[in-house]
Design a binder for this molecule. Structure first.
Ligand SMILES: C[S@@+](CC[C@H](N)C(=O)[O-])C[C@H]1O[C@@H](n2cnc3c(N)ncnc32)[C@H](O)[C@@H]1O
Length: 293
C-alpha cells in the first residue's frame, strides 16, 4: 500500500513535535504498517485518507494514538544481560555504600515501555539485597505511551514475554500462572510507581535526585538537539554519585561532556564527570574506574 510524500511529511512532523521521534523518509513502510489499522478503525481505506481527515479537523485523541503507534516498545527482562550483571555485582553495592547514611535509594527507568526493565531491577533488589530492608527505596518508571504504562502496571505477561530473558527460577518465584499469562506478584509490583512522562516535555517536579537512571534504547530515536536537551536536563535529576545507563547503541559522548563514560566488565555506564561530583565518601575517595578514551 502506498503513502504520499505529503502524508509522510505530515505524520513525521506530528510525531517529532509530540515525541521527539524522527520518522525519516525511508520509514514510509513503517508508517503504513503501524497506521493502517488506525485508518481502518476510522473508516478510511488507507493512511492518506486518515491524514487528509486530520488536516481538515485537528483531533488530539487521534493524534495521540498515531504518536503512540509510531513508538517502538521492544523490551525484555534482563535486556542485554551484562548491564544487569554489573548492576548486581558492582553498581548497586556501590550505591548502597554511598547512601548508607540516608538509607534511601531512588531509581528511574525513563523509557520503561511495558515494564520489564524496572521489574528486572525490582526483582534483583528483592532477591539479592536483603540489606535494603528498612530503607526507603523508590523505583520510578515512566513512558510517553499511556498504553504501555497501563500494561506495565498490570505486571501481566504472555508466555513469549517471560521466555525472553527471565531466568526460570525468578519466573517461578515471583510470578503466578494465570490462564495463558504470567502474573507478577504484588510484592514486586508494589515496589514500582508508574507515570506517563514525555521526555521532551516537563518532567515531574517531585522526582527526587536519582541514584540510578536507566535511559535505554530511546535516545536512538531522537535527533541530536533532542538528545542534548534531555541529557542536559537529566544532569539536574542525578545525585552527584548517580549512575546513568544507556542502551548499547547510545552514548553521551559528543553530546554532553558533563558525563564520563566508565567501562566495567563487558558493559559501560555514565557518571557526572569528577569535577561536578561531591563524593559521598568525602573528598577524592570515589573509586576510580577505567574511563574510556
Ligand atoms: C525500545 S523501548 C525501550 C524500553 C526499555 N528502556 C529497554 O531498553 O528495553 C523505547 C520506549 O521509549 C518510549 N518513548 C519514545 N519517545 C519517548 C518520549 N519522548 N518520552 C518518553 N518515552 C518515549 C517508547 O514509548 C518506548 O516504550
Amino acid at each position: 500500500m502506498s503513502l504520499s510524500s505529503r502524508s509522510l511529511a505530515f505524520v513525521a512532523e506530528l510525531v517529532q513535535k509530540r515525541s521527539g521521534i524522527v520518522v525519516s523518509e525511508d520509514k514510509d513502510y513503517l508508517v503504513v504498517s503501524r497506521l493502517t489499522p488506525i485508518a481502518r478503525d476510522h473508516g478510511h481505506k488507507d493512511v492518506d485518507g486518515l491524514v487528509e481527515d486530520l488536516r481538515r479537523r485537528r483531533n488530539h485523541t487521534l493524534e495521540t494514538r498515531i504518536v503512540e503507534a509510531m513508538t517502538t516498545n521492544e523490551t525484555t527482562f534482563y535486556r542485554d544481560v551484562h548491564p544487569f550483571r554489573t548492576l548486581q555485582t558492582k553498581l548497586i553495592p556501590e550505591l548502597i555504600e554511598a547512601r548508607k547514611k540516608e538509607r534511601t535509594l531512588s531509581l528511574w527507568s525513563a523509557a520503561a515501555s511495558t515494564g520489564q526493565e524496572i521489574y528486572t531491577l525490582a526483582i534483583m533488589l528483592r532477591e539479592h539485597f536483603s540489606e535494603l530492608r528498612g530503607w526507603k527505596v523508590t523505583l520510578h518508571a515512566s513512558d510517553l505511551s499511556a498504553e504501555v504504562i497501563t500494561k506495565a502496571r498490570t505486571g501481566r505477561y504472555a508466555q513469549h514475554e517471560v521466555n525472553r530473558g527471565l531466568p526460570a527460577a525468578m519466573l517461578l518465584k515471583y510470578f503466578t500462572k494465570d490462564d495463558q499469562h504470567w502474573q507478577l506478584k504484588q510484592e514486586i509490583r508494589s515496589m514500582v510507581t508508574f507515570r506517563e512522562v514525555n521526555l521532551i516535555s516537563r518532567w515531574p517536579h517531585d522526582y527526587p535526585k536519582f541514584d540510578l537512571v536507566l535511559l535505554r534504547n530511546v535516545l536512538i530515536y531522537f535527533d541530536e538537539a533532542t538528545k542534548i536537551d534531555i541529557l542536559k536536563r537529566l544532569e539536574r535529576h542525578m545525585a552527584p554519585h548517580g549512575i546513568l545507563m544507556l542502551g548499547a547503541a547510545e552514548t553521551t559522548m559528543g553530546l554532553d561532556e558533563t558525563y564520563e563514560r566508565v567501562l566495567a566488565d563487558t558493559t559501560s555506564y555514565y557518571r557526572l564527570a569528577a569535577s561536578r561530583q561531591e563524593s559521598p565518601h568525602g573528598h577524592g575517595s570515589r573509586p576510580r574506574l577505567q574511563v574510556a578514551g
